[in-house]
Design a protein around this ligand. Structure first.
Ligand SMILES: Cc1cc2nc3c(=O)[nH]c(=O)nc-3n(C[C@H](O)[C@H](O)[C@H](O)COP(=O)(O)O)c2cc1C
Length: 186
């Protein structure tokens, strides 16, 4: 596996003093913007706040308490959104899929920059829609904390234990089939 992929993980222990440079942040969104999308419709949109600014606080305030317990130390908080129609009212095809590809590009670019990125579904989409003034044709889908890895001792005890637990995945035999569903290809 490519090191960019094997080195990606979702830490919660972030260095509360670390800053992200404008060049690093721009490189994340460049990577995100070059993702594939159906018919090149590019439905992914991003909201960004740097720690200490108003947008960071708006995103932080929308996070569920469990995520607020660690994500305040992020250097930047992002929200990935989709637009569901174009300017003519045409429904865009598979926008969530496109945002997922865009988010994975962004996360891998963060790894390439020596940063870490942790995706979160645990936040209020409505709070983000209200505080950022999203139009009816846009929806917030995923929040992402981007920062610099810190020591697990920065975390509350329960989260510190999860931080150092081994990462696991289902074996390929349960995931990849040939001839018939359930017939392992590997
Ligand atoms: C769509 C999505 C939503 C997630 N939501 C949360 C979340 O709200 N809080 C959290 O701490 N981690 C969240 N995660 C991180 C996952 O728990 C993590 O990716 C998974 O356990 C696999 O671990 P790894 O990313 O280190 O490989 C989310 C990840 C994804 C892709």
């Amino acid at each position: 596996m490519h090191p960019l992929i094997s080195e990606r993980w979702s830490p919660r222990a972030l260095d509360p003093a670390a800053k992200i440079t404008d060049a690093q942040l721009e490189s994340l969104f460049e990577a995100a913007r070059w993702a594939a999308s159906s018919g090149n419709t590019q439905p992914a949109r991003w909201l960004v706040g740097r720690r200490g600014d108003a947008s960071f606080q708006q995103i932080f305030d929308a996070l569920r308490p469990g995520n607020q317990s660690w994500a305040g130390a992020a250097s930047a908080l992002l929200v990935g959104c989709v637009v569901t129609e174009d300017e003519t009212g045409r429904t865009l095809p598979m926008p969530d899929y496109a945002l997922g590809l865009s988010a994975q590009n962004l996360v891998l670019q963060a790894v390439a920059e020596g940063l870490v990125a942790h995706q979160m579904g645990g936040f209020s989409r409505e709070a983000v829609a209200t505080s950022f003034g999203l139009p009816a044709t846009a929806q917030a889908v995923v929040a992402i904390a981007v920062g610099t890895l810190g020591a697990p001792s920065l975390l509350p005890e329960d989260l510190a234990a999860r931080e150092t637990a081994p990462r696991v995945r289902k074996p390929l035999s349960e995931l990849v089939f040939t001839e018939n569903w359930g017939s392992a290809a590997f």
